[in-house]
Write a protein that binds this ligand. Structure first.
Ligand code: 5GP
Length: 191
């Protein structure tokens, strides 16, 4: 999506450790108008999938998911990150290895909010190695819900997460696919 690629080129900053910061419009300050365009694009792409719920992961996925949910007219459920050792019986749980913090944490969703019969659209800000998505998919599997699609704002296509998740048969629609980026240099996009 050219609108997002242009914005990343203009305002994105590449840091050591393979991190692209988009804090001025996506991850800290949020350009709501831009996110609305992302939401409209996912609505166009996943129209006809009969989405019943949008699932994301706290914290930075929530804003994007909520604006997208307005287009679909469905609720947002966000997986919570927790360090609690004793996981309650009334939640689905999965483990995720954090890309940014290099730690493993549990994510949970209440059984009340994800069920068999749900057709879930997973939304997240970034796709790198695919660990966050694997965790979210496994919560859906535990609930018996169907993952009808996955919408990602920025995929770092060279990191392999996209190939991994698509290889499992999921439809991943990333609105900007970074093919290479260098600190102090440019950011290139794949098709
Ligand atoms: P993955 O689980 O696919 O390895 O990483 C995805 C998660 O890590 C996203 O939810 C996002 O929060 C974070 N992440 C991965 N790469 C980047 C990056 O380059 N920039 C930012 N801001 N977050 C990232």
């Amino acid at each position: 999506m050219k609108l997002l690629e242009d914005r990343i080129n203009r305002d994105g900053k590449v840091f050591e450790g393979n991190v692209l910061k988009v804090d001025s419009f996506l991850n800290h300050q949020i350009d709501v108008g831009l996110i609305r365009e992302l939401g409209r694009e996912w609505k166009r792409l996943f129209d006809g999938e009969n989405i019943t719920k949008i699932l994301t992961i706290e914290a930075s996925g929530i804003g994007i998911a909520c604006i997208t949910a307005l287009e679909f007219g469905v609720p947002v459920v966000f997986a919570k990150k927790t360090k609690t050792v004793n996981i309650a019986a009334d939640v689905y749980t999965s483990k995720v290895e954090s890309f940014t913090h290099k730690t493993v944490y549990d994510i949970i969703v209440s059984k009340e909010f994800l069920s068999e019969g749900d057709r879930v659209l997973i939304i997240d800000d970034f796709l790198a190695n695919g660990k966050a998505l694997e965790g979210l998919i496994s919560l859906c599997e535990a609930a018996g819900a169907r993952v009808a699609g996955i919408g990602i704002a920025v995929e770092k296509a060279y990191q392999g997460g996209g190939d991994l998740i698509r290889g499992k048969g999921y439809r991943v629609e990333s609105l900007a696919r970074v093919s290479s980026m260098t600190v102090g240099g440019g950011i290139e996009f794949a098709d």
